[in-house]
Design a protein. Structure first.
Ligand code: NAD
Ligand code: DAU
Length: 350
């Protein structure tokens, strides 16, 4: 499929900024509109290198504001939407579920309604970017496939599951051209330091405790964020209408093993004695409803569209550490202001 004007929501966030950059550079003939509310997680400095490109436009706005969204679709006549805007952090969803219902559910339905009312007759596609957390938790064996039943546990995953269902309902009820992908844990540059990897890098750098929930035995399947962006690009352009694709790294790590590897890399990068950073590991009270294991079977994406992850985890983690150590200003900016308050609220009673 070919597009002329694409709306990317949440393009100033972690994954969104990588996707916007990929599209701006790869598709100079597309006009890319990045709509973002710039919450604590959205940051225009993530897009500093492409902000003056002629095929790029940024609009600050809230997807929860239905009349603003309708007006935007009426004026802009998008032929494609890639929807990433969301509240994305599980711990925040446990403290404030309603915010997640508003943005992730109501915001998504607002976009679907505006698209339905204003979509171009000669082709339109709505791509919803979702998470493997909608499938719930695995035991020691098996993997999530596209036909795994939904079983979300956290307010975050419940809100994403609900939005996935709404997107499919607009396909089944109104014939909208939709595609959905459900991806595992991403890592890489511009990741907000509330998530395990960037938070641990920040704390190790500052000699602060590394909080490990429970026994550190929970397993996540980690994927280099640029591999996720490449998968979204392939699916958006090539998937058949109504399809779902799982995206994952085939890269399962217990949290504690991951943190030991990260500590080893940080010791080397910071010229510390071997084992120094690992002394910061601190076991804390577990996350409520903590899913044990996620693992993605992405063979449908590999077989249909030829996608495979490119980067080995150790190499990707080292690149990530280098990025954070070389981008102190970015890190200092995002950890100033409300960050300290958030950190105290989440961790002081653990
Ligand atoms: P993020 O929290 O880094 O960024 C979210 C972006 O959405 C921010 O720029 C924020 O300002 C914007 N936003 C939030 N509320 C908004 C609103 N009401 N209106 C407009 N913009 C708003 O998130 P991320 O990690 O980049 O995740 C992006 C998407 O990918 C989310 O939908 C998430 O569920 C999904 N996802 C994330 C991962 C992951 O590992 N991070 C994995 C799978 C799927
Ligand atoms: O699986 C995809 C999901 O991955 C995305 O949909 C979410 O948006 C994204 O935030 C991520 O969710 P997780 O909850 O898996 O990521 P997080 O980095 O918060 O936690 C990863 C693991 O590390 C999880 O088992 C909880 C644990 N953890 C996390 C933090 C923040 C700790 O042990 N200590 C911590 O301080």
């Amino acid at each position: 499929m070919e597009f002329k004007k694409i709306l990317i929501t949440g393009g100033a966030g972690f994954i969104g900024s990588h996707l916007v950059r990929l599209f701006i550079n790869k598709y100079p003939n597309y006009h890319i509109v990045n709509l973002d509310k710039l919450t604590y997680a959205g940051n225009l400095s993530n897009l500093h290198d492409i902000e003056n490109k002629t095929n790029y436009e940024f609009i600050k706005g809230d997807i929860v504001d239905a009349s603003f969204i309708n007006q935007l679709f009426l004026e802009q006549k998008f032929d494609g939407v890639i929807h990433l805007a969301a509240e994305s952090h599980v711990d925040r969803s446990i403290s404030n579920p309603l915010e997640f219902v508003m943005t992730n559910v109501i915001g998504t339905v607002n976009l679907l309604n505006a698209a339905k009312a204003n979509k171009k007759e000669d082709g339109f596609r709505f791509y919803h970017v979702s998470t493997d957390e909608v499938y719930g938790s695995l035991g020691e064996t098996n993997m999530f496939t596209e036909s795994t039943a939904y079983d979300p546990h956290s307010p975050y995953s419940a809100s994403k599951a609900s939005s996935d269902h709404f997107v499919r309902a607009y396909h089944d009820t109104y014939g909208m051209d939709i595609v959905i992908s459900n991806c595992s844990n991403n890592y890489g540059s511009f990741h907000f330091p509330e998530k395990l990897i960037p938070l641990s890098i920040y704390n190790i750098k500052n000699n602060k405790p590394i909080p490990i929930y429970g026994k550190g035995e929970n397993i996540r399947d980690w994927l280099w964020v640029e591999d996720h962006a490449r998968a979204i690009d392939l699916i958006f352009h090539n998937a058949k209408k109504g399809n779902t694709y799982n995206i994952g790294g085939h890269n399962e790590w217990t949290n504690i093993d991951l943190i030991h590897l990260l500590c080893k890399i940080m010791d080397k990068k910071l010229n510390r004695a071997a084992g120094d950073s690992a002394k910061l590991i601190t076991y804390v009270k577990d996350r409520a409803g903590h899913d044990l294991r996620y693992a993605i079977d992405s063979s449908k994406l590999q077989n249909d569209l030829g996608w495979i992850p490119t980067l080995q985890f150790e190499e990707g983690l080292e690149k990530t550490v280098d990025w954070y150590l070389n981008n102190e200003v970015w890190l200092n900016n995002v950890t100033s202001g409300d960050y300290e308050k958030y950190y105290k609220e989440q961790y002081s009673k653990r």
